[in-house]
Design a protein around this ligand. Structure first.
Ligand SMILES: *[C@@H]1O[C@H](CO)[C@@H](O)[C@H](O)[C@H]1NC(C)=O
Ligand SMILES: *[C@@H]1O[C@H](CO)[C@@H](O)[C@H](O)[C@H]1NC(C)=O
Ligand SMILES: *[C@@H]1O[C@H](CO)[C@@H](O)[C@H](O)[C@H]1NC(C)=O
Ligand SMILES: *[C@@H]1O[C@H](CO)[C@@H](O)[C@H](O)[C@H]1NC(C)=O
Length: 429
């Protein structure tokens, strides 16, 4: 609300008014009150328009009136349209043994051992065989040739946490099989991973920045820090490494969920005595998302580039949510069928912050609203079938549920669908 006011014209009247109040004639004072009242009405009005937007994620948060004019202008990379009124994020899972998975785990050497479930002994395989069916239309099939042709001479980058890294690896797996051996490479430079398709002069990159802002969890390998702290106003610390990309896919969510207030650093991480404020998670998240939008405005050209944001990836630690008390994701082999299921965690206000902040963006941001569709997929997590950080203890072995990973997703699997949706939103917005 505050920032909205400061970017709309009525606030300049208020600011002007404040100076004159030193010695105000009464009529001026009344006029001021009136203006304040009008500006309040106005902002409420506009806010309520914004609040309706999140219910139409397919319109990709084109919130401001300027964006509304642009809605019918062609977005970069667009070659067609999704049928009017089809929200591709609203639908159901359909068993699809012939069409999915889109690649085999053993065919993609880039999947990190934390996500190769079959290799780590997962007994059931059906989690790979589901297709997302939107209610309003059918998804266009992911076309790797089309994707690579359009990435010719370009850079695509995923920025965020381990869930975004999963989506990144999925994208590389979806594309790499049509590139001959010797014409592709994968390199790591600190926080940056770069997959290069040499004949296309194209790169698909991942940059580790779990909070987007600078934080004490930024080391790409050693980042398991319980006492997390992010630095306010630091978006360029990482953002300098994202400049010049043509397609950027952000995510950030999981790391904010500490259950405590978030420490927002006001100085520098080098300061001996650190000056920070403890903020409500939601407020800190808002600060980070606004910084991201600022970076986007400064660095992304809406005529040539595209910006995506992947919404919260739900986890399944609590079977009670889907009517199976005491269970979690362990040993789950089928999706939740109740179409009204909505992950409890997603009702928290964090999703609301996205709906509140994104309409402020001057550059169109396409939300990949994967929260509900992933919420159905209690079967798609890595469970215990992954490379473990620490050796499994006998107690854990006796109770596998206790150490199941109900956050990350097996590959191939659910995250390939996220990329099928990214594909659709990129080419057929
Ligand atoms: C995401 O999609 C779900 C299901 O279609 C919808 O209920 C929700 O409002 C959407 N959220 C946002 C932030 O667009
Ligand atoms: C995939 O895209 C390429 C390049 O645009 C096109 O030639 C081909 O027909 C497409 N394949 C399918 C199955 O649509
Ligand atoms: C390769 O792509 C980069 C952008 O990623 C561009 O700057 C460069 O000019 C391209 N080189 C060739 C030979 O096309
Ligand atoms: C796994 O689920 C099956 C039913 O689908 C059940 O029979 C079995 O006991 C479960 N195993 C464990 C270890 O919970």
């Amino acid at each position: 609300m505050k920032s909205f006011l400061s970017s709309s014209s009525p606030s300049s009247f208020i600011a002007l008014g404040r100076h004159r109040l030193v010695s105000p004639p009464y009529w001026l004072f009344i006029l001021l009150l009136f203006m304040l009242f009008v500006s309040f009405l106005f902002s409420e009005d506009v806010l309520s328009v914004f609040q309706t937007l999140p219910r139409h994620p397919s319109k990709s948060f084109s919130g401001s009136s300027k964006e509304k004019q642009k809605r019918h202008e062609k977005l970069p990379f667009a070659i067609g349209e999704t049928p009017e009124g089809c929200d591709v994020f609203s639908g159901r899972w359909v068993k699809d043994d012939s069409g999915h998975p889109l690649y085999e785990e053993s065919e993609c050497p880039y999947i990190q051992p934390q996500l190769t479930c079959l290799e780590h002994g997962r007994p059931d395989k059906e989690y790979r065989n589901w297709r997302w069916q939107p209610h309003g239309c059918s998804l266009r099939r992911f076309n790797a040739t089309l994707m690579l042709e359009n990435l010719r001479g370009k850079r695509m980058m995923f920025v965020g946490d381990s869930l975004n890294r999963g989506q990144y690896v999925s994208m590389v797996c979806l594309l790499h099989s049509i590139i001959p051996q010797g014409s592709k490479s994968m390199e790591t430079f600190g926080s940056l991973k770069v997959f290069t398709a040499k004949d296309y002069n194209a790169t698909i990159e991942f940059y580790w920045a779990p909070f987007l802002l600078e934080s004490n969890s930024d080391n790409a390998i050693v980042h398991r820090i319980p006492d997390r702290m992010v630095r306010q106003g630091s978006i360029n610390k990482h953002g300098n490494n994202w400049k010049g990309v043509d397609i950027i896919v952000f995510n950030t969510y999981l790391w904010w969920m500490t259950g405590q207030k978030m420490k927002m650093l006001r100085g520098s991480f080098e300061d001996e005595v650190k000056h920070f404020v403890a903020m409500e998670t939601e407020d800190a998240y808002r600060v980070a998302l606004r910084s991201m939008l600022e970076w986007v405005k400064e660095n992304m050209d809406p005529k040539k580039t595209r910006v995506f944001f992947t919404s919260m990836s739900p986890h399944h630690p609590e079977g009670e949510e889907w009517g199976e008390p005491g269970a979690n994701c362990y040993n789950q082999t089928t999706p939740i069928e109740d179409t009204s299921f909505w992950p409890k965690e997603a009702s928290k206000s964090m999703m609301g912050v996205i709906g509140e902040v994104f309409p402020e963006s001057e550059v169109p941001i396409t939300l990949l609203n994967i929260t509900q569709l992933s919420g159905y997929r209690k079967d798609a997590h890595t469970q215990i079938y992954k490379k473990q950080w620490n050796p499994v203890t006998p107690e854990q072995m006796a109770n596998p549920r206790s150490y199941a990973d109900c956050v990350h997703w097996c590959l191939p699997g659910l995250q390939d669908t996220w990329n099928e949706l990214l594909f659709v939103k990129l080419f057929y917005p």
